[in-house]
Design a protein. Structure first.
Length: 121
């Protein structure tokens, strides 16, 4: 049992994704500061934030809800990564690496959700 969300491997990986996206978008055109750059950074950061919020909830259904929100933020981030690659803001290699990690986190979120749903019966 984890004593803090910071100990959770899924939170750590999600935070690493947000850090990577921040680094990769650091040199984007200033015109994107309030557009693409802001959107992808917020959606990426929302993944780990909602995992942390789920950890802090007492009721199983609350936990599940925040894991679903994290999963939604994850797929939003995947969409932004794909767009970023298509318009040349992200290199194909970086986008593919991010997508692979995001798919793994997605699978882990599904496992957590399934476990919590089954244990709540």
């Amino acid at each position: 049992m984890y004593r803090s969300f910071k100990e959770m491997p899924i939170w750590q990986r999600a935070t690493e994704v947000a850090e990577t996206i921040h680094r990769l978008t650091d040199k984007l055109p200033r015109k994107e500061d309030y557009g693409f750059t802001s959107q992808i950074r917020r959606s990426a950061l929302s993944i780990s934030a909602n995992i942390a919020e789920a950890f802090g909830r007492n009721h199983t259904l609350d936990k599940i809800n925040f894991y679903y929100v994290a999963r939604g933020s994850l797929t939003e981030t995947q969409s932004h990564v794909e767009y970023g690659m298509r318009v040349g803001y992200l290199k194909k290699k970086n986008a593919e690496e991010l997508d692979t990690i995001l798919c793994e986190i997605y699978g882990d979120l599904n496992k957590i959700i399934l476990f919590l749903r089954e244990s709540n019966k």
